[in-house]
Design a protein around this ligand. Structure first.
Ligand code: SF4
Length: 388
């Protein structure tokens, strides 16, 4: 087994090094995690961030059928809905009243391509596409609330990304994994055309060309190999090295749910999660932030700090996690205590990370810069005391 001491930090781990380290056990795993935390501390010091947000599930209709998803619905199914503008605004205003800063739009992928019902809904709303309606909803939140939109609507083309950029401070698309194997019939992405790796990588690349601060990540434990996990992280690194736009990488663990096609599939262990997080920290460029959601590792999430994350992601005092409805977010007080007990300080951030506010403002649409600057302190974070 390769030791961390022999790994090359300049330029991040090589594929060979990462493949060797991701199987680390015992003392080798401890050393790997210590190195990952050292990298985290060298850039962001004691600070660990989270984004106070509301979750806006603009539509639960989706043309894909991922094997692990409970979010998507068919028209007429219980829980199928598309939010009206006034419903969007009501959630945003409730979030603002509770101190939230981010409006996270999460929705199904291109439902109008599969369902005439969605085409009718969009027509009634004055749109042809879900992404066109999303743009209107983001603009509405910007105009009528103090929240900053971050849209996560699935695959987007260059024109979609360009249209959404002026009304979003950042956007996101999980890569999930680069494995084509997972798209084979019967696999987790076998009935999900928008989960083809080439399609998702193209969206990530176009976002880079358009200089959009971008969130992406991998979903672990869905049948991928260790090597495919590493290769997915390397693909993200390559895109960031080319365009400099990846603000954050999420390491998300598959969670069992009773009603999903993958209900008999085992969840990844905590150990697997820690190895993946630590190796991700050493693969990715230091300026890319690393997140793992605390609610998906309940009771044990403090360990994620020991593997090198520097962000807990969006935490909402108002809305639940619609993607993992069985997993409530921890109370902010508890999150702060756990973070402090591990030697870190919890700070609120905006939906756009500090480096894109303080140093690389060309990534933010000009029309949004003054608004963002007014919400941030000189570190690019939410000023202390302004929130809680
Ligand atoms: S995970 Fe996303 S793309 Fe897949 S079915 Fe669910 S909503 Fe659709």
């Amino acid at each position: 087994m390769l030791s961390v001491a022999t790994s090359s930090r300049a330029g991040g781990l090589s594929r060979r090094e990462a493949w060797a380290l991701i199987g680390a056990e015992g003392a080798a795993l401890e050393a790997l995690m210590a190195e990952a935390v050292a990298v985290k501390r060298a850039r962001t010091g004691q600070v660990v961030t989270y984004s106070p947000k509301v979750f806006i599930p603009l539509t639960t209709l989706c043309r894909d059928r991922c094997g692990y998803c409970t979010f998507r619905k068919d028209p007429g199914e219980a829980g199928a809905h598309t939010m009206l503008p006034e419903q969007v605004l009501a959630v945003a205003r409730a979030g603002a009243a509770a101190g939230c800063k981010e409006a996270l739009f999460s929705l199904g992928d291109r439902p109008e391509a599969a369902f005439p019902e969605m085409r009718d809904t969009l027509r009634a709303l004055g749109h042809r596409t879900t992404l066109g309606y999303l743009r209107e909803a983001c603009a509405l939140v910007l105009r009528e609330s103090p929240l900053l939109p971050h849209a996560n609507p699935g695959v987007m083309g260059r024109r979609d990304l360009g249209a959404l950029r002026p009304v979003n401070v950042s956007m996101g698309l999980m890569l999930e994994n680069v494995s084509e194997r997972l798209c084979a019939p019967g696999g987790p992405h076998g009935d999900a055309p928008d989960k083809r790796p080439s399609v998702r990588l193209r969206t990530l690349e176009e976002a880079g060309r358009l200089r959009i601060p971008f969130t992406t990540g991998i979903l672990i434990g869905i049948g991928e190999t260790w090597e495919e996990r590493v290769d997915s992280l390397l693909a993200i690194r390559a895109l960031h090295e080319r365009y400099g736009h990846v603000q954050e990488v999420i390491i998300q663990n598959f969670r069992h749910k009773a009603t999903i096609p993958m209900r008999d599939h085992p969840e990844p262990s905590l150990l697997e999660m820690l190895r993946t997080v630590a190796v991700a920290r050493l693969i990715l460029p230091d300026e890319v932030n690393l997140q793992a959601p605390p609610n998906l590792t309940p009771g044990e999430y403090r360990w994620l700090l020991r593997a090198g994350i520097n962000d807990w992601g969006g935490i909402s005092p108002v809305t639940r996690d619609f993607i993992n409805p069985e997993a409530p977010w921890p109370e902010l007080r508890e999150l702060r205590e756990v973070t402090a007990a591990e030697g870190f300080v919890l700070r609120a951030r905006l939906a756009i990370y500090p480096e894109f506010i303080t140093r690389r403002e060309e990534f933010l649409d000009e029309g949004l810069r003054a608004r963002v600057a007014a919400l941030a302190d000189d570190q690019g974070l939410v000023p202390e005391g302004r929130l809680d």
